[in-house]
Design a protein. Sequence first.
Length: 277
Amino acid sequence: MMKRLKNLFRAIFSSPIYTVSFIFLALLISLSLIAPLLPIDPNATDVSNMSQPPSWQHLFGTDEVGRDYFIRVVYGGRVSLLVGVLAMLTATTIGTTIGLVSGYFGGWIDNVLMRIVDILSSIPWLVLVIVLSVFLKPGLGTIIIVIGGFSWMNIARLIRGETLSAKERDYVLYANFIGQSASTIIFRHIFPSVLPTLIVAASTSISSAIMTESALSFLGLGIQQPMASWGSLLQNAQNSLQRAPYMAILPGLFVALTIYSFNNLGDMIKQVLQREV
C-alpha cells in the first residue's frame, strides 16, 4: 500500500500538468470542506455594494444583490463536487456490476443486459435527464439520482470489454479449472484487471456529472436558489454580463479547470496502475 502511494506521488510530481491539477483539486476540496468555518455568509446581501468588481475586500467581487461572490463560488463548488462524486459513485457501481456480470457470464445474460444498455444509450442523454428533471422535484437529491442513474451505460460497455479480455487469461482459466466460484473469480482475478479502466471511467464520470449539473442548473432545472452551484451561478450571471462579466467568467473557469484536472489525474492513476499489473 505504501509503495503504491509512493508511486502515485512520484507520478504526480513527474509532470507539471499532473502537479498543477493535483494542487488545484486539493485547494478546491480543502476550501469546500472549510467553507462553513469561513466568517462570510453566502446569502448575506448588501445593497450598498451591488455588482462591485473584485477587490481586497471582496476577492471575486459581489453579485447583483451585494453578496460576496468568492464565498458563493466556494459554496457552489461544494455542491458541484458533491453532485460529481455521488453521481460518479452511483454510475460506476451500476456500470461496473452490469459490465462484470455481462462480460463474465455471457450468453443470454449478456444479450439481455446489452440490449438494455443499447436502448438507454439510444435516447439522447441530456434530453432524458431534462425530461426526468421536469417530472421530479428539482433539487440536489434529484440531480444526483438522475445523473448517476442514467450515465452508467458507457462504463458498463467499457467494463464488459475488459472483462471479456480478462476472462481468457491463463490465471482466470486456471481458477475456473480448479473450481473457484464465479464471485471469487470476478472479484479476485478479473476486477483488479479492469481497475485501471474503471479509474479513468470514474474520473470522466465526475467531469461529466459536474458538466451536466452545470448545464441543468443553467437551464433552471437543477440546483435552485438560494443554494448555489457553478451552474446556477452561470444562470444568474446572464443578466449581468455587461456590467459584471466576472460573474460568468469565474464559475465557468472553475468548471473548466475542475474537469481538466480530474481527467488529468484519472489518466495518471491509470498509468500507475497499468505499470503494476
